[in-house]
Design a protein around this ligand. Structure first.
Ligand SMILES: Nc1ncnc2c1ncn2[C@@H]1O[C@H](COP(=O)(O)OP(=O)(O)O)[C@@H](O)[C@H]1O
Ligand SMILES: [Mg+2]
Ligand SMILES: [Zn+2]
Length: 526
């Protein structure tokens, strides 16, 4: 006997069985009951939330042998034929696979004829946004004619691609993502019915992965069951879900940290060749970076980060080589790229995203340069230090009371530093140098602020710190809290009330992901 997947077996067969979407179910039921059936419907919304299922329930409700009714009977020959996809008057067209020209042309002919067995001919056009222009035109002509026995249901995940002329002739229903609570409830129902037992957290993992799609949740559950058998442990789920994404995410971050751009790009090419979806890879990366950030903040594995001990050990090794602010920058950057990854050029966007994250790693190089600059600036002080130590008393003091001696030296150094900064008129110190020192100061005072400002060009002019913002950091000027905090540190450092002025970075590089995609769009004339 062949196995039917859970998602098919659990397709709702009447309105009452539909999970979520109450606004749609109620409206449709009422319109069927009162006989006010629209000529054309547009069902839009994410995948796996009930569009096809509800189209079929509607088709049954209007054609059921028992009469047009709120709920189909589901036992008459018509209802069962529609369920099995073999009813002559319900025509399903998948616009994604054949783009529908022939079907729509044929449809232009057949809409004239009365239904053969049912009351209405129901045309369910799935992924309707994929229809070609001629197909849309043919469809429009059909929609303009008023035959009373046809019902069109256009289902789409991308309603913005449906021409307005078509859209305006449809009654529109926006399907929503199914809530996590509803998905968990349905998964529980399924497990109970199928005699599956599971550890507590298992369903949470599945739900998290499904991201609002009930079909996805059911498919994942199916995969997990075929791996684990009748009892699902937490480990089974971790093994089945996203193992690939997790590995890929780890390797990608490793390439960034180890400054291996080639390795990272090869990894992306290889992963996509193996048939993995760009968006999945992206999500894996987001979730892995989030975990890195949490571990770094927690300084241990937080209870809400799901990782087995092997992965944790490996990750810890990786974390040793990266600073908190670097991960924070990466997370910030990657979250902004979501629309592009979902956009027209997912693969290019992923590659560019990787390169941008890789470039962020240069922060560390900048940091090293700054460190050596600061060291150079302090060189004269150090020399004094050495001289002092050569003096017997100092030496002795150092030997006898190492802790106290250390403190004194540090204190002196600090005082000197402060006094110089306060006394020196700005013009006497090269501006760059001063700003460079300020950056080191910032790093010592607030890793968070250093994360935001450390890589930006800054200049001190009288009582103003001038910060050059590039596209990537432009958002900072709107972040009042951050700017105020930054201003306070600047005032402390320069020893007077400082102001902050933002300017656009000149000669800005155009390799941000936005620009790349814009350029691509220009080239391909999209
Ligand atoms: N709202 C829902 N209620 C119950 N099951 C659902 C719902 N949405 C999706 N499913 C499950 O997912 C499967 C696919 O749903 P489908 O209606 O084809 O989604 P869509 O057409 O929106 O992509 C169904 O067979 C069912 O198992
Ligand atoms: Mg569908
Ligand atoms: Zn029936």
């Amino acid at each position: 006997m062949s196995y039917t997947v859970i998602a098919r077996r659990w397709r709702p067969r009447k309105f009452e069985d539909v999970v979520g979407q109450p606004h749609i179910v109620t409206t449709l039921k009422n319109s069927v009951k009162s006989g006010r059936i629209a000529h054309a419907y547009l069902f839009s919304g994410p995948r796996g939330v009930g569009k096809t299922s509800i189209s079929r329930i509607l088709a049954k409700a209007v054609n059921c042998v028992e009469g047009v009714r709120e709920e189909p009977c589901n036992v008459c020959p018509t209802c069962t034929a529609i369920d099995s996809g073999g009813f002559v008057d319900v025509i399903e067209i998948d616009a994604a696979s054949n783009r529908g020209i022939d079907e729509i042309r044929e449809l232009r002919e057949t809409v004239r004829y009365l239904p053969m067995e049912g009351r209405y001919k129901v045309y369910i056009i799935d992924e309707a946004h994929m229809l070609t222009e001629p197909a849309f035109n043919a469809l429009l002509k059909t929609l303009e004619e008023p035959p009373g026995h046809n019902i069109f249901v256009l289902a789409t995940t991308e309603s913005q691609k449906i021409p307005y002329t078509i859209m305006s002739r449809c009654q529109r229903f926006d399907f929503r993502r199914i809530s996590e609570a509803h998905i968990v409830e349905q998964l529980k129902r399924i497990c109970q019915d199928e005699g599956i037992s599971y550890e507590e957290k298992v369903l949470n993992y599945v739900v998290r992965e499904a991201d609002g799609s009930l079909r996805d949740a059911e498919s994942i559950l199916d995969q997990v069951i075929s791996y684990s058998g009748m009892h699902i442990s937490e480990k089974d789920v971790i093994d089945v879900i996203g193992v690939v994404q997790r590995e890929v995410a780890y390797d990608m971050v490793r390439c960034i940290i180890e400054r291996d751009a080639k390795g990272g790009l090869e990894l992306i090419a290889r992963t996509l060749e193996q048939g993995h979806d760009v968006y999945q890879v992206y999500r894996g990366l987001v979730s892995f970076l989030r975990d890195l950030l949490m571990i770094k903040v927690w300084n241990d594995k937080p209870p809400f980060v799901f990782m087995d001990s092997e992965e944790y050990e490996r990750t810890k090794g990786l974390l040793k080589r990266v600073e908190y602010y670097e991960i924070q920058n990466m997370v910030h950057h990657i979250l902004q790229a979501e629309d592009l990854i979902r956009g027209v050029f997912p693969k290019i966007s992923l590659e560019i995203l990787f390169i941008n994250l890789y470039n962020l790693g240069q922060l560390r190089d900048v940091e090293r340069i700054l460190e050596s600059r600061t060291a150079q600036a302090r060189e004269p002080e150090r020399k004094t230090d050495v001289h002092e130590r050569r003096e017997p008393i100092a030496e002795k003091r150092h030997v006898e009371y190492p802790a106290a001696a250390e403190k004194t030296v540090q204190h002196q150094e600090y005082e000197t530093h402060e006094t110089i900064e306060k006394r020196s008129p700005v013009a006497e110190i090269p501006v760059q140098q001063e700003a460079g020192d300020f950056v080191s100061y910032l790093r010592a005072k607030s890793v968070r602020l250093f994360g935001f400002f450390g890589s930006l060009d800054m200049n001190a002019e009288d009582d103003t710190v001038v910060v050059s913002l590039d596209k990537r950091s432009d958002y900072l000027k709107e972040q009042t809290d951050i700017v105020n905090e930054f201003k306070n540190h600047a005032s402390d450092f320069f020893g007077k009330e400082m102001r902050v002025r933002f300017v656009a970075a000149s000669g800005e590089r155009t390799d941000t992901i936005d620009d790349y995609v814009k350029e691509a769009e220009r080239l391909f004339k999209i």
